[in-house]
Design a protein around this ligand. Structure first.
Ligand SMILES: CC(C)(COP(=O)(O)OP(=O)(O)OC[C@H]1O[C@@H](n2cnc3c(N)ncnc32)[C@H](O)[C@@H]1OP(=O)(O)O)[C@@H](O)C(=O)NCCC(=O)NCCS
Length: 230
């Protein structure tokens, strides 16, 4: 059964203070052949100390703030500890010349599967070959005996290279979803200056929606025509 929102076609105003993103789910069901990469003695993968929640939050912010990552920032201490201390979750930081530049989180909590739960570099490390090196390490660790599926999701608010990078890594897109969420810059979860590529709309300045052109048959939902005067 399709939920009412998704049964309707067209453009829909988001309520003030909210953002929406198109999420792509990708998977692979066998390990791709390992790649021969140039040696990178400057890069080291370091297991994350499981009780270092503040350090984890700092690295999560350093990697994810430009892309509005917030899921882990919304967890309280107990919620975050449950994940970080779970032996079925493997966590690493990537260091370059001794400085943390990336985050790798592999989630094996579902039997037979591994989710690439978080994967990313700090902005100054993007485009330097470190992402490909980190993906090779992720593939080595994800495809442990008993794993039949390795999957990930990325959204259009992530780095624009991410989706293509995952596809070149051997993941195959299989599903889209829409995620609607509160703009974390308005609640104070992220600084107002985060992700300047995504305009920050003050709720009080948001214009009310224009009249509907036709009914969707869904209570409270009305699409906007493409040709509606703006
Ligand atoms: C997604 C992400 C990890 C991709 O990493 P990246 O830095 O673009 O990746 P790299 O520079 O390592 O690799 C990109 C390509 O350039 C090549 N490359 C670039 N610079 C290189 C260098 N100095 N030496 C060797 N290869 C290099 C890589 O081999 C790779 O080619 P391939 O994909 O055909 O194998 C990165 O953009 C990122 O962390 N973004 C922010 C967080 C994010 O959006 N994460 C994903 C959300 S789920």
């Amino acid at each position: 059964m399709i939920p009412p929102l998704l049964d309707a076609l067209g453009y829909f105003d988001l309520p003030p203070g909210r953002l929406a993103t198109l999420v792509t789910f990708l998977e692979m069901t066998e390990r791709p052949p390992p790649r021969a990469l140039p040696p990178r003695p400057d890069l080291v993968l370091v297991p994350w100390p499981r009780n270092d929640r503040d350090g984890y939050r700092r690295l999560f912010r350093a990697v994810g703030e430009p892309w509005l990552w917030t899921s882990r920032l919304r967890l309280d201490e107990a919620g975050l500890a449950r994940i970080l201390e779970d032996p079925a979750v493997d966590l690493f930081r990537l260091e370059r010349d001794g400085r943390p530049i990336g985050l790798l989180e592999l989630d094996f909590r579902e039997a037979g599967q591994c989710e690439l739960a978080f994967f990313g570099l700090v902005p100054e490390a993007v485009g330097s070959g470190a992402g490909r090196w980190l993906m090779e390490r992720a593939l080595e660790r994800a495809w442990r005996p008993g794993v039949r599926r390795f999957w990930v999701h990325t959204c259009h608010l992530d780095h624009p290279a991410a989706l293509g990078f995952y596809i070149r890594s051997g993941f195959r897109p299989y599903k889209f979803a829409i995620e609607i969420f509160e703009d974390p810059r308005l609640s104070g979860l992220l600084p107002r200056e985060a992700a300047p590529q995504v305009p920050l709309l003050e709720p009080r300045l948001t214009r009310p929606g224009s009249p509907a052109q036709r009914s969707t048959g869904v209570s409270g939902l009305a699409p906007h025509s493409l040709h509606e005067p703006s």
